[in-house]
Design a protein around this ligand. Structure first.
Ligand code: DGJ
Length: 739
């Protein structure tokens, strides 16, 4: 008998043997197995420590009523054998039996590269709000090396947050070559990956493809910002591509703002292994004895009711547990970036403050260009890093603007980009060692700037100080826009000396340290996470920020598509949408699109004609009356702009009594419009509803008959026609339940 065939028989025997063992466990005769069901309202991720104490994922899917049946799962799959016993490991180690992509790989203090993690014990902690945290300790039987896997379960939202803590007590440092946060294992008859790619002003471009055998990696190596090219968010559909309302889909996202890596490996058994964590690229980590390496969280959610349910669950989770002030309100604003760029002075800004009041928004946001004297910040080539007010533009400082804003009855916010420096700055001259650069190599710039070395605690103090000084000098400052435009080239830290492979990780630790310090001192002040577009949107950063900037592209037509894709993962309350002069659409269209999130304006108010101004003023008033629906309601994607000429999005109150519907024409070809009705979702079928058009341009009469009543059943089965056409390119409707 040849060796391969012998091997197959051995494998088969092993499979039968484990089925027999399972039966034994079922009857209670075998104590060796430990089953750990990590359960949410709808799903179960079931782990098992078998007789060899290998911790495996034995099931991930819809919750079963009888927990004992999870042990039968593997017996009904007749896939080929496992040559290793660890193909479905809950955290795959390397250098021992494993033959596939590992979650962790190490070099021990004695130079040995093998690791074999076995289950030791687990505990279950009940936290507030029904949240449960499972912690499972795994140890290597040969080396004093351990990993604790944490699973934090938010049952009502079906969200599981996973991270790992790595530790050892060897006689010297252990090098961590890979150190993932989580390792999932899924079974299905085929998998479809929905991933995103992009570039500046072109964020969140979706791509869906069937996953083939081998490894598909989504990653970032940009250092400061995860996702100008690829965000860490993704979806995997099981068995068939999921739709809004049908199919099984897993949403995944690494809560990390730095380099990440997610491997999706379709193994030889046709199962999908997903391993996600910090990107180990150029980042081997020397772990000291006793030191804990805590990975970021991998956040995932499984839905067997399609993408719509998944995103509503994720939005609820984010608002309740993650996004700063997720259950709160937001400030509407007027930003001066596109209105003035760098060309402003105190009197111009004072005019804009009056315009802020006239427009009717809550806050004026002063953007880039207000600082630096030796090398004034009059364009993006100089001054970054020198955070003193520019004396010729602002002779009386920011303080006089804050005062003036208060006198006008509006709040005042300010732009900073504290992690960055222009080579043409006093900061660079004084502290070249604070800058991320290779001293012996030519510098390479992203937007004429370089990144400060946040691995250095002194630099962390400086960055903290930039924001802290602004608040100390201007206690009434009400808002911060935190920008981060550059990526990291020539990664090198003067501070880290010989530990250069720690740089990317220490940069992020430094950033989070600064943000934690700021939030400890200023817990509530709203801050926008901006990054020259959607460069830094992730669920770790959003612990510290109230909103994010999806893209510099504010062309409303493009924004419909960009915001649509973000909406799968992030709630609308976090999406800062500004009305600007980008694109060819009228002011009404631009405003309607921006209203599907946190509304802001970045226009020259004094250039608006009388009717446009009146339109904006009225739209803001109407938005203020319905914004609670956009911020806290359930979001339904009704008509996909990628699939037809009309895009429709709805936000409904949780009690189904009111909602707001946004409809847009996304294809200007002759005769295009809402030929068919749009079917609503999430309504009370037996209730009666009326629909009224909002956001009307002065002098325009709506064609929607407000007096008509429709049952929820009718609106969800037959639908409603918003009458979108070439002459009605955007239509906002308020839905109300008849009392
Ligand atoms: C990039 C941001 O995305 C813009 O909104 C603006 O703040 C500029 N930076 C300022 O330099």
């Amino acid at each position: 008998m040849n060796r391969r065939r012998k091997g197959m028989i051995a494998v088969r025997q092993l499979v039968y043997c484990s089925i027999a063992l399972m039966a034994g466990w079922m009857s209670g005769s075998l104590k060796a197995q430990t089953i750990i069901p990590v359960v949410t309202s709808n799903n179960a991720l079931v782990l098992e420590a078998g007789k060899n104490k290998d911790l495996s994922v034995i099931y991930f899917g819809k919750k079963l009523a009888n927990e004992k049946e999870y042990q039968l799962v593997s017996s009904v799959y007749k896939q080929t054998g496992d040559y290793t016993d660890v193909l479905n490991a809950a955290y795959t180690s390397s250098g021992s039996r494993n033959l596939v992509e590992p979650a962790i790989s190490v070099v021990h203090a004695d130079g040995n590269r093998s690791l074999d993690l076995r289950y030791v014990k687990h505990e279950q902690k009940q936290l507030a709000d029904g949240i449960t945290q499972y912690s499972i300790l795994l140890k290597d039987p040969v080396y004093d090396f351990e990993v604790t896997l944490h699973y934090k379960v938010y049952p009502h939202q079906d969200v599981i947050e996973q991270w790992s803590v790595i530790k050892h007590r060897e006689k010297g440092n252990v090098v961590l070559e890979k150190f993932a946060s989580a390792n999932l294992h899924l079974k299905a008859k085929g998998f479809w990956l929905n991933q995103y790619h992009g570039d500046w002003a072109k964020e969140m471009q979706p791509e869906e493809s069937k996953i083939t055998h081998g490894i598909k990696t989504i990653d970032s190596k940009l250092g400061t910002r995860t996702n100008i090219f690829q965000p860490s968010v993704f979806m995997v559909s099981l068995n068939k591509p999921a739709t809004e309302d049908e199919g099984t889909v897993l949403y995944g996202s690494l809560a990390y703002s730095g380099n990440f890596r997610t491997d999706l490996e379709l193994d030889y058994q046709d199962n999908l292994r997903i391993i996600s964590g910090i990107n180990n690229y150029a980042s081997a980590y020397n772990l000291k004895p006793g030191e804990e390496f805590v990975t970021p969280s991998f956040i995932h959610l499984l839905s067997s009711k399609g993408k719509g349910f998944a995103s509503r669950q994720l939005h609820d989770w984010a608002r309740n547990y993650r996004l700063l002030d997720g259950k709160g309100d937001r400030l509407t604003l007027l930003n001066n970036w596109e209105a003035t760029y760098f060309d402003f002075n105190e009197s111009k800004l004072k005019e804009l403050l009056r315009d802020t009041k006239k427009l009717g928004v809550d806050l004026f946001l002063l953007d880039d260009g207000w600082f630096a004297n030796k090398y004034p910040r009059n364009d993006d080539k100089a001054g970054l890093g020198d955070w003193a007010e520019n004396k010729s533009k602002l002779p009386n400082g920011v303080a006089s603007l804050v005062k003036e804003a208060t006198a006008n009855g509006v709040k005042f916010g300010i732009w900073v980009e504290p992690e960055m420096v222009n080579p043409k700055s006093e900061l660079y001259e004084k502290h070249p060692d604070w800058v991320v650069r290779q001293p012996a190599r030519q510098e390479h710039y992203f937007r004429n700037q370089l990144v400060l070395d946040l691995s250095n605690p002194v630099v962390q103090d400086f960055v903290f100080g930039v924001v802290d000084n602004l608040f100390t000098k201007n206690p009434d400052l009400a808002y911060i826009k935190w920008d981060c435009n550059a990526v990291i080239y020539n990664a090198h830290s003067a501070y880290l000396g010989k530990q250069q492979s720690h740089f990317y990780i220490e940069y992020m630790r430094g950033l989070y340290n600064v943000l934690q310090r700021l939030r400890a001192k200023y817990p509530k002040v709203p801050m926008m996470l901006c990054s020259g577009g959607g460069g830094r949107v992730d669920y770790e950063a959003l612990k510290y920020f109230t909103e994010y900037w999806p893209s510099d592209n504010t062309d409303p037509l493009e924004r419909i598509f960009i915001q649509w894709e973000y909406s799968y993962f992030y709630p609308a309350i976090a999406s800062a949408n500004h009305v600007t002069d980008w694109g060819k659409q009228p002011i009404k269209f631009r405003t309607d699109v921006a209203m599907m999130g946190k509304l802001g304006f970045d226009i020259v108010v004094s250039h608006l004609n009388e009717k446009d101004l009146a339109f904006c003023q009225n739209a803001i008033k109407e938005y203020n009356a319905f914004r609670h629906l956009v911020y806290q309601g359930d979001q339904y994607r009704l008509s996909d702009p990628r699939k037809g000429s009309v895009a429709s999005m709805a936000f409904l109150s949780k009690d189904q009594s009111e909602g707001v519907l946004f409809n847009y024409l996304v294809n200007n070809r002759y005769g295009e419009g809402s030929v068919y009705p749009v079917q609503l979702k999430g309504l009370d079928p037996s209730a009666m509803y009326t629909l009224k058009e909002l956001s009307l341009y002065p002098g325009v009469k709506s064609s929607i008959d407000t007096s008509k009543q429709y049952s929820g059943e009718f609106l969800m089965t037959v639908g409603f026609n918003p009458e979108v056409s070439g002459s009605r390119t955007s239509v906002v409707l308020k839905l109300e339940k008849v009392k």
